[in-house]
Design a protein around this ligand. Structure first.
Ligand code: DON
Length: 593
């Protein structure tokens, strides 16, 4: 058996020289490490980030990005902009931007040199119970589970945005609702992205007549590129929020309509559920990778722990010398992914209902033990990997946006409706889509979730509980200052998408544009297959197959929205995998913005 250390010893003895970090652009090989002469924006790169002098907004929708930049230009901070962008996306990116869902944010407060993790994840309604999606035949009723009023958990988005504004913002709530309200009331030109996406989602979005009446024209025709898309019911909701404040969602007129809709369609959310919803400030998960401090989302998101665990494993290997896209680097990353997802399946749950072994999962010693078990010449079958014993180590949509301001305040928000357009249900008179995030609970430990992920009894449905998530907003700090912000949609692939961005920038020295564009891989333990985007070398793929990896070609994974600050300039890059995204810098006096 060739273990990791003997493998490197043999290679070095044989005098095999390592290939030096040739990335997809070929521009990475020269990359001195970040922090020295930097590859942050090399002229020779193939893809280039956008540059700002006073701040940066990166989101999956151009109109929403412009709203954020406008707030920063008016003197608002990143938190103010984060609230306005979150609300605007609910209007302009209805498949994922939301007020009927929930998510996670990392907020960095420059003055206090502190990063907080904001948990505004949806909660299971008080009437929810573990068997609620099983029919009399003992089978899961997939329609109930995915596409009905009953598939929604109690939404957290409005509470989350209101929370960060109250604690860390500078502007008035009403001022920040206004841009979204204007977009809903006056409408905006339909982009190609929206037109195509609505056309493709027609079967799901016409099940519920209220939803159909909003997203298609009167006779059911499709919106065309350039048509003005107005949302009058959503404008009513936003007007309520603007005039009566965020509590209108949880106790006021919006709450009444929402609960009325639930009552008449077998949904579970009650007035009490809405009134009792609360945002939780948590300690982020922290780790280090080489010289960088990693700050990531804590449970009930699994993402932060998995990312830190995988980075800890990767630190034991010369990934940079092996080179981006080399079979060895891909092999090591894949094996690390399997290990982290196996642990995710066993240990993750709502931290308010169980003790999570955070320190153990993120310990360097545990990672070293896992790294030692990786065989270089052979893929381990998922069946041979069990979640680790931690005892010896005790001591198809979501969206992300990243915003950094001139003072160094930052917001990275990943929020979701779960599926694209959530449950597909719009409650009469409210105009926004409800989530189907009950789907992130584990129905039974032997039943995978809609992303194929396995979970434990600690993630089964229970009133008030928050389901485990993969959403992973990330902030990398250098000397206590935000250096890199990123996050992505992609269901179970969020974690590995974010990981690869970090490895590409922090290890391979790519600029954020090349790092984002570079093809990605994904393994989640089960199903036991390595998903690969197109663009990898066939030679590397052949070697991986020879080592026993079952490969499957995947469509584009994720949609990273990334900001990097080099101490002087702000860089932004929006993943080209989803059309319509945009990063835009704030230029300040004499600039072109
Ligand atoms: O919390 C989660 O992990 C899922 N609800 C995320 C869903 C998602 O990313 C769907 N999209 N692409």
């Amino acid at each position: 058996m060739i273990t990791r250390s003997t493998h490197w010893a043999i290679r070095i003895c044989l005098g095999v020289s390592f290939v030096f970090g040739l990335g997809p652009s070929g521009a990475q090989s020269q990359a001195a490490t970040i922090g020295q002469a930097s590859p942050i924006n090399e002229y020779s790169a193939i893809h280039h980030p956008v540059v700002g002098r006073k701040g940066m907004v990166s989101s999956q929708n151009e109109a929403a990005t412009r709203v954020g930049v406008e707030i920063l230009k008016q003197g608002g901070n990143a938190i103010d902009a984060g609230v306005a962008v979150g609300l605007a996306l609910a209007v302009t990116l209805p498949r994922a931007g939301n007020i009927g869902g929930g998510g996670f944010m990392l907020v960095h407060i420059a003055e206090e040199q502190r990063t907080v993790a904001i948990d505004f994840r949806e909660t299971a309604p008080s009437l929810a119970h573990p068997d609620m999606y099983f029919g009399p035949d003992g089978e899961v009723d997939n329609a109930e589970y995915r596409s009905t009023h009953k598939s929604s958990a109690v939404p957290g988005t409005i509470a989350g945005l209101a929370h960060i504004l109250e604690k860390y913002g500078t502007m008035d709530w009403a001022e920040l609702v206004e841009p979204a309200l204007k977009l809903a009331r006056e409408g905006f030109p339909v982009t190609q992205d929206l037109a195509n996406n609505l056309r493709a989602s027609k079967a799901r979005l016409t099940i519920n007549p209220v939803t159909a009446s909003i997203f298609y024209k009167e006779e059911g025709q499709d919106y065309q590129v350039g048509d003005i898309f107005r949302q009058s019911q959503l404008a009513w909701t936003l007007e309520q929020l603007k005039t009566h404040g965020p509590r209108a969602f949880y106790e006021g007129e919006i709450a009444k309509r929402l609960v009325g809709g639930m009552e008449s369609h077998n949904g579970l959310i009650t007035m009490e559920d809405l009134k009792n919803y609360s945002v939780i400030e948590r300690e982020p998960v922290r780790g280090t990778f080489r010289d960088f401090d990693i700050t990531a989302m804590s449970a009930p998101s699994s993402g932060g722990m998995a990312i830190v665990q995988m980075l800890n494993i990767l630190e034991n290997f010369p990934i940079r010398e092996l080179g981006y896209g080399s079979a060895d680097a891909m092999h090591i990353m894949t094996e690390s992914m399997k290990l982290a997802y196996a642990d995710r399946s066993k240990y993750l749950g709502d931290p308010d209902y169980l003790d999570l072994p955070v320190e153990e999962l993120t310990s360097k010693l545990y990672a070293k033990h896992l790294a030692d078990g990786i065989l270089m010449e052979e893929a381990r079958a998922s069946d041979d990997i069990l979640p680790g014993d931690l005892t010896p180590y005790e001591s198809s949509e979501t969206t992300n946006y990243s915003i950094l301001d001139e003072e160094g305040n930052a917001v990275v928000n990943t929020y979701t409706l779960m599926a694209s357009y959530g449950s597909g249900v719009v409650i009469e008179g409210l105009g926004f889509l409800m989530n189907n995030n009950m789907g992130n609970f584990t129905l039974r430990p032997d039943i995978p979730d809609p992303f194929g992920l396995m979970g434990s009894a600690d993630n089964q449905i229970m009133p008030g509980r928050r389901p485990v998530s993969s959403m992973t907003p990330l902030i990398v700090l250098r000397d206590g200052v935000p250096f890199l912000l990123t996050g992505s949609p992609g269901g179970s692939r969020i974690i590995t998408t974010n990981l690869q961005l970090l490895v590409n920038v922090l290890e391979h020295g790519m600029n954020i544009a090349d790092a984002t564009a570079a093809p990605r891989i994904h393994h989640q333990w089960y199903p036991d297959r390595l998903q690969v985007e197109s663009g990898f070398s066939p030679d590397a793929l052949r070697i991986l197959e020879e080592r026993g990896h079952g490969l499957s070609l995947s469509a584009g994974m994720g949609s990273l929205q990334t900001v990097l600050f080099d101490g002087d300039l702000y860089y932004g890059y929006s993943d080209p995998r989803r059309p319509g995204a945009m990063s835009l810098g704030v230029q300040g006096q004499g600039g072109w913005q």
